[in-house]
Write a protein that binds this ligand. Structure first.
Ligand code: FPP
Length: 247
């Protein structure tokens, strides 16, 4: 039988398969609120609505893993009241969304130093993860108190300890070994990293994992991000030619 021709992208090259793993730096909540003369918390509240919308849309579009940057290890520098509000929204999100995640078969994962959050939130997250652990997926990963440099340092430290204890030959430390020591070890490779609100930086998010990801910076403020914006992003991804260092 004659093999089917590979689908062609608009640029003429082979069309990229849809992304399995999409990550989003959800930026612009504050500006969304400011433009409406509202307090920043109002922007974060709308940001949570966008989280609901977009996680549903990602499931509909068949994305296996959606990783959302909800709170960075640098976000502690924000005013105490804003940090408290963000933690409150997270509690509310977990409380109100968990039943749907369970019934939709979503596996919830959290990356970052989240065990240093307040004990009640840690208990809530532990409970939420436990309720979804046997779900088939897709997977929703929330990055909380996350910093990529800290994640990479923790992996380096683990490997150094194994080498010191004689259980690991330093010569055996290669990319695969290192990757297997990161928090994202069992997730598919990151295909597409989106940042909203027009800013163009990675802000210490998934630095190792982004090595071969397609980067997409969109002007939409996070509270305005919806199914259509996600579809457009997936469409743009489909038109990129991924070469992974080859030709
Ligand atoms: C960036 O906007 C957004 C954040 C620092 C927090 C993102 C959090 C949420 C969307 C809500 C909580 C998440 C979950 C998963 C329930 P910004 O405040 O930096 O906006 P600005 O740059 O316009 O000021």
């Amino acid at each position: 039988m004659k093999p089917l021709a590979a689908p062609r992208g608009k640029s003429g090259g082979p069309q990229a398969p849809p992304p399995r793993h999409v990550a989003i730096i959800m930026d612009g909540n504050g500006r969304w609120a400011k433009a409406r003369f509202l307090p920043r918390i109002a922007g974060h509240k709308q940001g949570v609505e966008a989280v609901r919308r977009v996680s549903r849309a990602a499931r509909k579009l068949g994305i296996e893993v959606l990783t959302l940057y909800a709170f960075s290890s640098e976000n502690w520098r924000r005013p105490e009241e804003e940090v408290r509000d963000l933690m409150g929204l997270l509690r509310h999100f977990l409380g109100s969304e968990l039943d749907e995640l369970v019934s939709e078969g979503v596996k919830l994962r959290v990356i970052g130093d989240w065990r240093r959050l307040s004990p009640d939130l840690v208990a809530m997250i532990d409970g939420a993860i436990a309720r979804t652990v046997n779900n088939p997926g897709p997977t929703l990963v929330i990055a909380l108190n996350y910093g990529a440099q800290a994640e990479i340092l923790a992996a380096a430290r683990t490997l150094a300890e194994q080498a010191r204890d004689g259980t690991l030959d330093p010569a055996a430390i290669d990319e695969a070994r290192f990757e297997a020591t990161l928090e994202t070890a069992d997730l598919p490779p990151l295909d597409l990293l989106i940042r909203t609100s027009g800013e163009q930086r990675l802000s210490n998010f998934l630095l190792w994992q982004a090595a071969y990801a397609e980067l997409l910076f969109v002007d939409t403020l996070w509270p305005d991000f919806d199914e259509e914006t996600l579809e457009q992003a997936i469409d743009q991804f489909g038109r990129r030619q991924r070469r992974f260092g080859g030709l």
